[in-house]
Design a protein around this ligand. Structure first.
Ligand SMILES: N[C@@H](CCC(=O)N[C@@H](CS)C(=O)NCC(=O)O)C(=O)O
Length: 221
């Protein structure tokens, strides 16, 4: 059934530097966006790419070096701090499963847990449990046992594994091939509109009739 409010589902994977940038930019514009429901949905980008036979940018030296220069430029223009990690890529199955569990069980803290600079500013290997533990600890007021319980669930809980796989399959079914991908629905519509990339936010705003102050103003929003 068509919803009365517009909606945006952002499919993301922490491995993706454009997702990091997109998350920061999107959230700044979003402060001005009311009447739209926003969901950040975890997926495994490597799983999507394998399934549809796409290849990551880093598989091509010219694309990889352009990506690094491009992100640096976006950072300069928008004021969003960004640093490409020395170790790239890393395996994001564990942190993405942790985020899957948090989305379900800690809805009010979930987005704070995505909004972390561990990988793209500090260059820490987010495939490691101790790095995830340190990153999430402040969100849970240093309640280390709570974070540990989510790490355990992510590693062992079949239900969490199943849901994460379902999200990834759902992304593929919706035509996702990369990250970040925004699946947008206008209010009253049942049509999914797919927007690919952190550079599509202006188009999303125009499609939904939302205010968009421009990239260079983003740091002031
Ligand atoms: N122009 C897009 C590029 C996004 C992008 O290239 N994302 C990578 C992951 S970091 C990807 O999924 N690429 C898949 C593809 O290009 O087919 C942006 O500014 O965000």
């Amino acid at each position: 059934m068509a919803a009365t409010r517009a909606s945006i589902i952002c499919y993301y994977d922490l491995i993706s530097p454009y997702t990091y940038m997109g998350f920061k930019l999107f959230n700044r514009f979003r402060k001005q966006w009311t009447n739209v429901d926003v969901t950040f949905r975890p997926m495994l980008l490597g799983g999507v790419m394998n399934e549809i036979k796409n290849q990551p940018l880093f598989a091509f030296p010219s694309k990889k070096s352009h990506m690094i220069a491009d992100l640096d430029r976006i950072s300069g223009v928008t004021g969003v701090p960004f640093k490409f990690p020395q170790k790239f890529p890393v395996n994001t199955v564990l942190p993405m499963r942790v985020l899957t569990a948090l989305q379900i069980h800690e809805a009010d803290k979930y987005e704070q847990c995505i909004d972390k600079d561990e990988y793209f500013i500090h260059g820490r290997d987010i495939s490691q449990a101790d790095v995830i533990q340190q990153a999430l600890s402040p969100v849970f007021h240093s309640d280390t046992s709570k974070v540990q319980s989510y790490l355990q669930r992510a590693a062992q809980d079949q239900e969490i594994k199943k849901i994460f796989k379902q999200y990834t399959d759902e992304a593929i079914a919706k035509g996702v091939f990369g990250a970040p991908t925004f699946i947008v629905r206008k209010a009253g519509s049942e049509e999914d509109l797919l927007f690919f990339g952190s550079d599509r936010i202006e188009m999303i705003a125009a499609t939904l009739g939302l205010p968009y102050a421009g990239l260079t103003s983003v740091s002031k929003l």
